[in-house]
Design a protein around this ligand. Structure first.
Ligand code: AR6
Length: 354
């Protein structure tokens, strides 16, 4: 996935480069800097000594030594002093400089900690916003897998107001497992189950409804005729009436919206290779997180989103926090995939994209 968040220790990641939130001496310190030096071993410090110090907002590359990551990109974030000393610009520059080094060295994978958000005191929600903005702007013109590593729960903050709103929306809409089946039956909603391993009854009945609306059987009124037609139609005939597939709907919608393929998969936070697979196989069955990502990238309304998900064998239900959060954003016309992923992350849900 091009941009994702994970909760982990950055020193454990096997990527082309991890980023170190260092200080201007480059000679190590506490926080993530200390952890990286501890795992990498003394040779990292030797190489850092040769680099000399450097300025806030700049970045330099070293090897990773004993780290699973091949390289370390060291950068120095600004110390927070109220926000009036150019801090946002300097913090953005850290991300941009690191990404430039990664791109110049043809790295495919990079992981960032939330620079400046620890000892340097940058407010976490603002630090996170700058991290996401800088990385997503970069991804508009580059192919790279970027991971933002969240070390502790408190480091991730989408803002108290938004959190409260989403929590209230979940509270209003959340049904537990048992009640959700009654809900499904009553309003015809589908449970969030994939087609792998069998289609559940709510989904099957929705699929039936959808194909009936385009199928022949709909024009037949008496029970006798229905039975007759059912008998005379072979399975082969029935399969010819198969509805537009997920892949076909996706490509049709891209054209209708006047988007290019790359606009769409980038906006969906899906990588090019996966998009090509979907494009070249009309019967491709994506994961739910991929299907939702395309619905968001295409800015589909809630009904179209449900239609698109159904084609991949999924639905949106009120028994899943993931589904409710996705619905919260779609109903508000907010299609910012990184913001949605931020909310999903904060509620411990899987992220959308490939
Ligand atoms: N993996 C991922 N993230 C981590 C880890 C880890 N192992 N350890 C801490 N974090 P900080 P700064 C998170 O203080 O604010 C050092 O002494 C942490 O939760 O490491 O840029 C340097 O030498 C926080 O969200 O860096 C400098 O003097 C984020 O990393 C100074 O601190 C950044 O916290 C730099 O301060």
């Amino acid at each position: 996935m091009p941009l994702k968040f994970i909760r982990d220790d950055i020193t454990k990641l096997k990527v082309d480069a991890i980023v170190n939130a260092a200080n201007t001496s480059l000679l190590g310190g506490g926080g993530v800097d200390g952890a990286i030096h501890r795992v990498a071993g003394p040779k990292l410090l030797d190489e850092c000594r040769k680099l000399g110090g450097f300025e806030v907002g700049k970045a330099k590359l070293t090897k990773g030594y004993k780290l699973p990551a091949a390289h370390v990109i060291h950068t120095v974030g600004p110390v927070w002093s109220g926000g009036k000393s150019n801090e946002p610009k300097l913090l953005r520059s850290c991300y941009e400089e690191c990404l430039k080094i990664a791109s110049d060295n043809k790295f495919e994978t990079i992981a960032f900690p939330l620079i400046s958000s620890g000892a340097y005191g940058y407010p976490k929600d603002q630090a996170l916003k700058i991290a996401v903005d800088s990385c997503s702007t970069f991804l508009k013109t580059h192919d790279m897998d970027i991971t933002i590593v969240i070390f502790d729960r408190e480091s991730f903050d989408i803002g108290r107001k938004k959190l409260k709103e989403i929590q209230a929306f979940i509270d209003d809409n959340y049904y537990d497992e048992t009640r959700s089946w009654a809900y499904s039956a009553a309003v015809g909603d589908a449970a969030p189950v994939g087609i792998v391993g069998g289609i559940t009854e709510p989904i099957r009945s929705l699929i039936k409804k959808a194909s009936n609306s385009r199928g022949k059987a709909h024009t037949v009124h008496s029970g006798f005729h229905v039975r007759e037609e059912a008998r005379s139609e072979s399975l082969e005939d029935k399969l010819k009436m198969i509805d537009e597939s997920f892949s076909e709907m996706l490509l049709r919608k891209i054209d209708e919206k006047g988007m290019s393929d790359s606009d769409c998969y980038k906006k969906a936070n899906v990588d090019r290779k996966l998009f090509s697979k979907i494009r070249s196989n009309k019967d491709y069955h994506p994961k739910k997180t991929t299907a939702v990502a395309f619905a968001i990238a295409l800015e589909l309304d809630i009904n179209e989103t449900k239609e698109m998900l159904l084609k991949a064998g999924f639905g949106l239900s009120n028994s899943s926090k993931f589904d409710i959060i996705v619905r919260y954003y779609i109903e508000r016309g907010n299609y910012d995939i990184h913001e949605i992923n931020g909310a999903l992350f904060q509620f411990d849900q899987v992220l959308i994209g490939s």
